[in-house]
Design a protein around this ligand. Structure first.
Ligand code: AGP
Length: 574
């Protein structure tokens, strides 16, 4: 359950509500099931299958005061049902735990506990934690007992635990994100969660918990230990505001985030560190990324003269030949990307990264980081983090070529919203379609198809225009929709040839090209115009209508674009 979200609160604001609200902001991490536990004179737990909102009717069963922990789940061990939902307790309900990660040795631990007479309720790996702690508590005081349990665990985890009669929330971290929100002085509160967005409403002072840390929070103290020694940790002031993590009148986070792109890109380009960052990158660089971030890398390869190689994170171990690494990641927590970076780090190579989430694991293991200033991206689909990654990469390219930093006007692309809603209606009638492009537009096509697949669950394939004739053309028949990305660049003439090829086989062609391009307009079943843009930068604007198209198609098909099935925002399993 490495993509779950966890929240804990100690304080007097009404713990169950603070945790419930926090879980709602973390739902992008997982949304199979959710639960909350409150600890006052006894431990009370509520949980349900489905989105976090499903907990609302159960909240009245929880006491109004006390400490609380909560969890939103993305199932790995055990099907998503009520019993497997977190929090989990020991048999006597003296200990309660939430966990994000995978306890790899849980089978052995569970068997030993069972042999000793412990009865388990769920199929999860997590349940061993409260069960083990319950036994350790017979021998040791709570914090010592908690540390003993943590020593027994192998795997990845961010764990929160409460113990009946104890006023603290205990925590431990290994390879799963965890961050403490330091409550405002005098209020007697502290928070802890998988992501800062869960507590931005209450505090912007964050302490990032590191791998190997164990500790506890109570109303006054934040106590962290490494190898049984108390350690201090610096406080980071978070720039994001609570409003950034709200829908702000939009029906979905994704739409809000698409509309935020002009500002996000502008803010990212203001970062003065990009120049210095660019000049540190050397030829022979291996670029590593997954999903949408990989597509940003692909767009960069078309723009750049650098001798670099792009590798999908999960293929890194098979393809890496050495040299410094540039990792691109929104979350900075993607397991595939982190394992690639760690492999290079072990060889003593330099690690550079482009990351959106401040304090994330990737930022900590990199030698140099440039942040995309996109603000929190809550929708599972990457939108503004893609265009801000492009902004950094294009600025890097400009710096290396000695060109001025580029600027972008994204408003005309966003203005195609109404047209994309109309086109989305067409797409709801189909079950498969193709996106084609050449040069930088091949990257745009891939990103457009990925968005449609993940949000509308339609089978969309992307091909370089010239590749169709090597196989996929056999799939083209009457009425198959083709989305053709065809800016007025050096590839346009050949792309027009590819459009002719699919038209000749009966395809219905929707073309995105430069405003006023009459010959393209003539060739298209429907033409959508965008302002002139430098060839290598075209993915920046051309991707935006494709994001809107995927959004509207998903909504028209009754899918929730913020929470596509089977997916999670940070993919922290390999
Ligand atoms: C795209 O919409 C997805 N959210 C996904 O492909 C994502 O880009 C990928 O999982 C990589 O995530 P990262 O940028 O956080 O590393």
């Amino acid at each position: 359950m490495n993509m779950c979200g966890i929240v804990g609160y100690v304080g007097s604001k009404g713990a169950k509500t603070v945790v419930f609200e926090g879980l709602k902001t973390l739902e992008y991490r997982g949304y199979d099931s959710a639960g909350i536990a409150v600890n006052n004179s006894k431990i009370t737990v509520v949980k349900d299958v489905g989105f976090v909102e499903k907990l609302e009717p159960h909240l009245s069963q929880l006491p109004a005061s006390g400490n609380a922990i909560g969890h939103t789940r993305w199932a790995t061990h055990g099907v998503p049902n009520q019993v497997n939902a977190h929090p989990h307790t020991d048999m006597k309900v003296n200990v309660v735990a939430v966990h994000n990660g995978i306890i790899e040795n849980f089978m052995l631990l569970k068997q030993n506990l069972k042999d000793g007479g412990v009865e388990f309720k769920s199929d999860t790996d997590t349940e061993v934690i409260p069960q083990l702690l319950s036994i350790e508590l017979n021998e040791a005081e709570p914090f010592t007992a908690f540390k003993k349990v943590i020593e027994k665990l192998e795997g990845s985890y961010a764990i929160l635990v409460m113990i009946k009669g104890d006023h603290r929330i205990f925590f431990a971290r290994n390879h799963s994100p965890l961050v403490i929100g330091k409550g405002e002085d005098g209020r007697g509160e502290n928070l802890i969660a998988s992501d800062v967005v869960a507590f931005l409403k209450h505090t912007k002072q964050a302490i990032f918990v590191k791998d190997g840390d164990v500790g506890y929070i109570d109303g006054k103290n934040i106590h962290i230990e490494v190898d049984n020694q108390k350690v201090g940790r610096e406080i980071t002031e978070i720039e994001w505001s609570a409003k950034d993590a709200m829908k702000d009148g939009y029906p979905h986070f994704m739409l809000k985030e698409i509309y935020e792109q002009p500002d996000a890109v502008k803010n990212t380009l203001l970062d003065a560190r990009i120049d210095e960052f660019a000049h540190k990158l050397d030829d022979g660089l291996e670029i590593v990324a997954a999903g949408t971030s990989y597509h940003a890398g692909l767009a960069f390869q078309y723009a750049s003269n650098m001798k670099c190689r792009l590798i999908i994170s999960s293929e890194f171990s098979a393809l890496y030949r050495g040299g410094s690494v540039l990792a691109i990641s929104q979350s900075g927590e993607t397991a595939d990307t982190l394992q690639a970076v760690r492999a290079a780090e072990k060889r003593g190579e330099k690690i550079y990264s482009i990351v959106n989430v401040n304090g994330s694991t990737l930022t900590r293991i990199s030698d140099q980081v440039v942040h995309t200033h996109a603000g929190p991206e809550i929708g599972v689909a990457a939108t503004k983090t893609f265009t801000t990654q492009l902004a950094v990469l294009y600025a890097v390219d400009a710096a290396l070529k000695g060109n001025p930093k580029p600027t972008f006007d994204l408003a005309p692309a966003i203005a195609l919203d109404g047209d994309m809603k109309a086109l989305a209606k067409e797409l709801t009638k189909t079950s498969e379609l193709f996106y084609i492009g050449r040069g930088p537009s091949a990257a745009t096509a891939r990103e457009g198809a990925l968005k449609l697949k993940e949000l509308a669950y339609l089978h969309a394939e992307a091909y370089e225009g010239g590749e169709l004739k090597h196989g996929p053309l056999a799939l083209i028949e009457d009425g198959v929709p083709i989305i053709a990305i065809c800016p007025n660049d050096t590839h346009k003439k050949k792309m027009m040839g590819n459009i002719e090829e699919v038209k000749a086989r009966g395809a219905k062609v929707f073309v995105f090209g430069e405003q006023g391009d009459k010959e393209l307009e003539h060739l298209s079943d429907k033409f959508y115009g965008l302002p002139k843009i430098k060839e290598e930068y075209s993915p920046m604007t051309y991707v935006i209508p494709l994001q809107l198209l995927a959004y509207h198609t998903a909504v028209l098909l009754g899918k929730n674009p913020d929470k596509p099935r089977n997916l999670a925002k940070s993919v922290t399993v390999e």
